[in-house]
Ligand binder design. Structure first.
Ligand code: FE2
Ligand code: FE2
Length: 199
């Protein structure tokens, strides 16, 4: 099974700035994703994208939502159509005339799987948050106190422990961080604090 998208252009530049509103985006998420754990993952990544856009990129509200929307919907087709991940959600957003930058970010969230290189800041941060967010959440589930008191060094330990959340690809995480130009020291504390509030 290959998930390669075999394309490099997404959406139509004339749709730049077109977004779903919050209600529409959450409706799509709820309609397509029945798995609650996956829904939570998507909401967490969406929230991280929003916080990063606001706090680190200094973007205004409309752009913060574009970042959040990319995070929120990046795995929308994984639950019901894993063999069409992520071409199905891309086609859906193209049909709805959504901003090409959002579609492109979703298309490049796994360059080793989809064959699309992350280029923009939005692309790179989505790739950087995706797997690491999953590992941090898995860690919170094995800690009796959940996210409370979680520290960078504990996350680093779990990263080294290959048997922990074995499906999380460590090389991919480091590749994503390199491309985004951020390190674990910066990213992990930011992520622990922001994603712990997402329910
Ligand atoms: Fe994915
Ligand atoms: Fe994901």
């Amino acid at each position: 099974m290959s998930l390669k998208l075999n394309r490099t252009s997404f959406g139509d530049p004339k749709n730049t700035g077109n977004v779903l509103n919050r209600e529409e985006a959450f409706k799509l998420l709820n309609d397509w994703v029945k798995n609650e754990r996956l829904q939570l993952h998507m909401k967490q990544v969406g929230h991280l994208m929003k916080c990063w856009a606001q706090e680190k990129e200094g973007l205004q509200e409309a752009d913060q939502w574009r970042w959040e929307m990319a995070g929120l919907l990046h795995d929308a087709d994984w639950d019901q159509w894993p063999d069409q991940h992520c071409s199905k959600i891309i086609e859906e957003l193209e049909a709805r005339n959504i901003d090409p930058e959002i579609i492109r970010a979703i298309a490049s969230h796994g360059p080793n799987h989809f064959g699309v290189e992350p280029e923009t800041r939005m692309d790179k941060m989505l790739y950087a948050f995706d797997e690491l967010s999953g590992l941090i959440h898995a860690y919170s589930l094995m800690r009796p106190e959940g996210y409370a008191g979680m520290e960078l060094k504990g996350v680093k330990k779990r990263l080294k422990e290959k048997s922990f959340a074995a499906n999380v690809n460590r090389e991919e995480i480091m590749d994503a961080l390199n491309r985004a130009g951020v390190d674990l020291e910066t990213l992990v504390p930011f992520m622990i604090e922001r994603q712990s509030s997402v329910k």
